[in-house]
Design a protein. Structure first.
Length: 326
């Protein structure tokens, strides 16, 4: 007798992670699909497709179907989900998986139904949808079932979710469409405005990871950046420093700090007291930005911790929730 599998999906703007009960995280790939523009055939999905971003000939399109944490392109999202579900053999002839999908906390009912439909069309037997900050908190090892205040700041690729949790649910939260991707765009814009040099998304992401910092003066590194000179139209190389990345991302980082402050201002005093004791937990890939924890601590004066498994918190959280799905 075959049992249907319980599957948790972290449908992220930048990465898609799949957790299978009893196996752990079985997939962690970029949310990118490469299509043939003429006949819409799928050429590559995930890592192979990401390598093509910004480098494709005319008839090949590399698409990121999720934007700001929500589905921007339904067809392509479905192609991507079906591809991974088939690749991992999650669906048998007689068995269909139970799927738990995470989404940002402020998406509309329409967007939520769209995610649900996509999962059903990929062959799910039952679909549960949970809010990302809640799942991230569970994945980061917080016990949110007790009447204590926990605060989570989940910075992904497309969205940043800030939430205060107690008794197993969200007390108040906010979600911004400013996260890892926006940091990359900030760096691109800064290099363009300051050096008249055009660089691509992948170069910007490299800069952010290699020398980026959220706190001026806390990192002293520099890196050669190559791109196309806007004046001559020829390839050109410049040197960027860590402090310049902070300057580039400054406004976006301040928006995140403001969001944290707003959520804290709306939190009941008893829970605020708990948060001062326990601190704020950072999850998601964006929380790995150098100096971010320090920046938030200096601005808000509450202890800040980055979760150990920041990139996989949500996926691991789905795993814990699947085990207690009842």
């Amino acid at each position: 007798m075959m049992f249907s599998k319980n599957v948790g999906i972290d449908l992220g703007t930048a990465n898609l992670l799949i957790y299978v009960q009893g196996q752990g995280i079985v997939l962690d790939e970029p949310s990118v699909v490469a299509l043939d523009a003429e006949n819409k055939k799928t050429l590559a999905v995930g890592r192979d497709a990401k390598d093509m971003l910004g480098k494709t000939p005319g008839r090949v399109m590399a698409v990121r179907p999720l934007k700001d944490g929500v589905i921007a392109d339904f067809e392509v999202t479905e192609i991507m989900l079906s591809y991974f579900i088939k690749k991992l053999k999650l669906k048998g002839i007689f068995t269909k998986p139970v799927i738990l999908i995470c989404c940002p906390s402020n998406i509309t009912p329409v967007e939520r139904n769209a995610i649900r439909d996509a999962a059903y069309r990929c062959g799910a037997k039952k679909v549960y949808i949970e809010e990302e900050p809640k799942v991230a908190a569970i994945g980061a090892g917080l016990d949110i079932s007790k009447p204590n205040g926990n605060m989570v700041l989940d910075i992904g690729g497309g969205t940043t979710d800030v939430a205060v949790l107690s008794l197993g649910d969200i007390v108040n939260s906010t979600s911004l469409r400013i996260a890892g991707d926006k940091f990359d765009q900030d760096i691109i814009k800064y290099v363009k405005d300051t050096y008249k040099l055009l660089i691509g998304d992948r170069t910007a992401e490299d800069v952010k990871v290699t020398i980026g910092t959220a706190l001026r003066g806390s990192r002293n590194e520099s890196m050669q950046v190559r791109g196309r000179d806007l004046v001559t139209g020829l390839p050109h190389t410049i040197t960027l420093t860590s402090d310049e990345t902070e300057q580039a991302m400054h406004n976006s980082l301040q928006s995140i700090v403001r969001a944290v402050r707003t959520v804290l201002e709306q939190t009941p005093p008893e829970l605020s007291a708990d948060i001062v004791n326990r601190g704020i937990v950072l999850t998601g890939g964006g929380s790995l930005l150098h100096g971010l924890d320090q920046l938030i601590f200096e601005e808000i004066n509450v202890p800040v911790y980055v979760a150990e498994n920041a990139l996989q918190c949500v996926a691991e959280g789905t795993g814990i929730m699947l085990e207690n799905i009842s």
